[in-house]
Ligand binder design. Structure first.
Ligand SMILES: [Zn+2]
Length: 87
């Protein structure tokens, strides 16, 4: 799913390619995709996507144990994510 070059992609490059920032919480496994422009406004366009995680906080459990990766081009941009499944 992720190519080797993805680890070097910056927020600015991601925005130009029309992709999203995929975020996952390691504690509660909450997943979401963010629009790069929201992160660029706060962090600048030269930051690597994978480095943005340390500035993020899980919107569900508040954990800072979050990973961020270059996401895919969304089919339905910026829809609300589906409700979490309970197991
Ligand atoms: Zn969480």
């Amino acid at each position: 799913m992720f190519g080797a070059g993805d680890r070097k992609i910056t927020l600015g490059e991601l925005r130009r390619s029309g992709r999203t920032v995929y975020c996952r919480c390691k504690d509660c496994h909450h997943e979401s995709c963010l629009a790069p422009r929201h992160l660029i406004e706060r962090l600048g366009s030269d930051l690597r996507v994978i480095s943005a995680a340390r500035h993020l906080r899980c919107s569900r459990c508040g954990s800072k144990n979050v990973v961020s990766l270059p996401g895919e081009r969304p089919k339905h941009p910026f829809q609300m994510p589906p409700p979490p499944e309970r197991s």
